[in-house]
Design a protein around this ligand. Sequence first.
Ligand code: SF4
Ligand code: SF4
Length: 112
Amino acid sequence: MGKKDWYRVDPGIVEGRMSPAEVRDIIDGKFEMIPKTKEHIKVDQDRCIGDACAICASCCPSGSFEMVDGKAYWKYGMTHCLECGICQYVCSVAAIDWSYPEAGTGVILKWS
Ligand code: SF4
Ligand code: SF4
């Protein structure tokens, strides 16, 4: 798969954006994560329109989503999600079930 082949949405919207893997490379080491005890974000695969959209994957500032077999998966969220909340608002079909991780777990941001 080529560098820009991870999405198939309107290139006018996301052309030039980084892939989730590139985003993860940039933010790795910039935060600490207290190990989470449950997956606090889930994608309803029946609702997700997948490659026709892929907005969550292009908007997520932590690269937590990947498009797999034409659908969005919160594949790296347990280790990378910054709990910003953007994904739940950009999904036009309400496919993302969003909640915070359990108290005392999750991201610790640090300035660097
Ligand atoms: S924004 Fe919603 S519909 Fe679009 S790929 Fe993500 S989960 Fe699927
Ligand atoms: S809450 Fe923010 S960082 Fe976490 S998966 Fe959604 S968009 Fe990405």
